[in-house]
Design a protein around this ligand. Structure first.
Ligand code: SAM
Length: 319
């Protein structure tokens, strides 16, 4: 493959969590450059079904599929649709699922994909290369919708100022490039201190999350993974910002039966809690070592959470 390569993050920890074994079947639900897939296939005589919503990632992975044939199968699609994608291939259950969230280095480092404010390209950001782009959103959304996106997904304190600046600018001319948007952001919100990262980091992240509907996809992906895992199968999720990590943490907490203890004054629970389906294997997330961060700065905000699927409870009355 030509172009920038993605360095897999927390790879040793993910392989340890998934513990691939001979004859096992695993889903790498965010194939990217295939770092995890390769590690699983090298670790054991297992099979990997790899999913990615980016057609470029699937096209670039074909050489790997040939190399590992017939043990690697590539599917273009969203991990939220994992159960349906697997079922279309006649697969009902798997022994492990990984999600390595966010964008790959191939996506971020190619200016024409429009994910990065560090290089000038079209304001695109679509992982799937179809549907509404970031430019569509920025040029068409209502001011309050834009403010909401920057606040909710970028935790941008100047979200309203920024949304207003965008609306004023687009009255004169549509905003078409990453460079134009980055400039508007810097002027509208500025940096609070010399050491602070470029303010465009937050607003570009926010737009990317909105364009790709990433948080809803994550919720769907977690539920789908829980559904397709066989008892004893592991789910390993690597996230890169607090919105993602919070979603994963909350999902595992609820599914492992750890609901908040009710207040003494609260009315008694009317409905029984659903039985736990997962066991939480990482109450505290696994983080990269200093050596990994030094070698790959993109790993610095990574957090790994792992859960194991529990055996289904026997139906009452059955033997
Ligand atoms: C951080 S990269 C994964 C890198 C991979 N683990 C590796 O080692 O090369 C994330 C990948 O997930 C894909 N992706 C993000 N959201 C997705 C979704 N909802 N469904 C399928 N793929 C998705 C992106 O297109 C990107 O290629």
């Amino acid at each position: 493959m030509s172009g920038p390569r993605h360095i897999p993050v927390l790879i040793r920890e993910v392989v340890k969590a998934i513990a691939p074994r001979d004859g096992g079947r695993y889903v790498d639900a965010t194939f990217g450059a295939g770092g995890y897939t390769r590690a699983f296939l090298d670790k054991a005589n297992c099979r990997v079904i790899a999913i990615d919503r980016d057609p470029d990632a699937i096209a670039a992975g074909q050489a790997l599929a040939v190399h590992y044939a017939p043990r690697l199968q590539l599917i273009e699609g969203r991990f939220g649709d994992m159960a349906e994608l697997l079922s279309a291939e006649g697969v009902a259950e798997v022994d492990g699922v990984t999600l390595d969230l966010g964008v790959s280095s191939m996506q971020i480092d190619q200016p024409e994909r429009g994910f990065s404010f560090k290089s000038v390209g079209p304001l695109d950001m679509r992982m799937e290369k179809r549907g509404a782009s970031a430019a569509d959103l920025v040029n068409r959304a209502a001011e309050c919708e834009l403010a909401d996106i920057f606040w909710r997904y970028g935790e941008e304190h100047g979200s309203r100022r920024l949304a207003h600046a965008i609306v004023e600018r687009r009255k004169k001319k549509p905003i078409e490039t990453t460079g134009e948007l980055a400039e508007i952001v810097r002027r509208a919100v500025g940096t609070r201190s010399k050491d602070e990262s470029d303010p465009a980091t937050r607003s570009f992240q926010a737009l990317r999350i909105a364009v790709n509907d990433e948080l809803r996809e994550l919720e769907r992906g977690l539920a789908a993974a829980e559904q397709v895992l066989a008892p004893g199968g592991r789910l390993a999720v690597v996230s890169f910002h607090s919105l993602e990590d919070r979603t994963v943490k909350e999902f595992v907490r609820l599914r492992s039966g750890r609901t908040p203890s009710p207040s003494r004054h609260a009315p008694p629970r009317l409905r029984p809690q659903p039985p736990a389906t997962l066991r939480d294997l990482t109450r505290r997330p696994v983080v990269p070592s200093a050596a990994e961060i030094a070698a790959n700065p993109r790993a610095r905000s990574a957090r790994l959470r792992v859960a194991e699927k529990l055996a289904a409870l026997p139906v009452r009355g059955s033997a």
